[in-house]
Design a protein around this ligand. Sequence first.
Ligand SMILES: NC(=O)c1ccc[n+]([C@@H]2O[C@H](COP(=O)([O-])OP(=O)(O)OC[C@H]3O[C@@H](n4cnc5c(N)ncnc54)[C@H](OP(=O)(O)O)[C@@H]3O)[C@@H](O)[C@H]2O)c1
Length: 332
Amino acid sequence: MGFFRKLMLPLAELSVVGSYGRGGYRLRSPDFDPADLAVDLRGERHVVTGATSGLGLAAAHALSALGATVVMVGRDAEKLARAVEGVPGAVGERCDLSDLEEVGALAARLGKQPLASLVHNAGFIVPERRLTRQGHESAFATHVLAPFVLSHRLMDRLAQAPRTGRLVWVSSGGMYSQKLDLAKAEALHGTYDGVRAYAQHKRAQVLLSESFQRLFEARGLGVASNAMHPGWVDTPGVEVGLPRFYRRMKRWLRTPEAGADTIVWLCARPTPPAAGRFYLDRKARRTEIVPGTRHDDGDRARLWELCARLTGIDVAAPRGRVRGRGPCGRSP
Ligand SMILES: NC(=O)c1ccc[n+]([C@@H]2O[C@H](COP(=O)([O-])OP(=O)(O)OC[C@H]3O[C@@H](n4cnc5c(N)ncnc54)[C@H](OP(=O)(O)O)[C@@H]3O)[C@@H](O)[C@H]2O)c1
């Protein structure tokens, strides 16, 4: 390792900009094992939500380049058709993930053949509260309820994959700022704070990933669930959702390809990386940094029960430790 990298790597771990920005990826990627992505995914079906732009589109391109058939999920028919056209061998599935009726129909369409991976990537920040046809706040429905439904409805298909099936939650470092608070996550009452709601949802995704991993282990299903943080990435979502941050940070942001690298790695690595974890740049990270934000089994169970009640999926909250992990979702 060069002297500069040796010096800078520990600093990148300590500084947020250094770690999440493009510099963090540049410093860490030389250590990535090329064998991890020297794989042939021909014959595998990988589903990516929010695949019409940004990270989802970059992940779809990368998985397709490895030979996978990528099912690209998008809400806008024209935009989806354009995106699918550019990704060899891909197929499009139109679905507005904030609408749980459409999510149910999507699950029915997808659930006919084995699935190698399901990537919960669709996401956005909106400045004002919008309610869905079912009466949920739309970002909460898209980030939390839709992935909850799809994960349940498709877990058997993931378990049928010849290699261990992969469930991937594209969360965010923004989740570090929040302790899960179900009222703030549901965001139905009071002044709407879109950035706070988003961070709550991203925290909720980490808890759901851990809960699903517990469920897969309890049921003996060969599926690995992991959450990840892509870093700070130059995408339309950041430009529109966080315009001031985008203007200030643009030159430090990663490319979508660099941000999507860990998504692709989680989906494609021949042996699945340790499950029930939270990854950044192919390495498991802590799930809490800010004091008072740590979650536990009780938080996971309360979130699960809320999702189960709101979606009508009657499965008891999985409890207990994920194999090889500490009690509070902490990475070793
Ligand atoms: N960029 C970053 O720095 C960053 C950092 C941390 C986490 N993330 C996460 O990365 C994920 C991808 O974001 P991005 O930055 O790539 O943003 P993006 O370019 O805006 O992509 C978001 C994708 O989600 C889709 N989407 C949004 N709502 C949807 C819905 N209701 N139904 C179906 N699709 C929907 C969008 O579709 P349309 O094209 O139709 O809008 C788009 O394809 C998000 O979950 C975000 O939270 C991003």
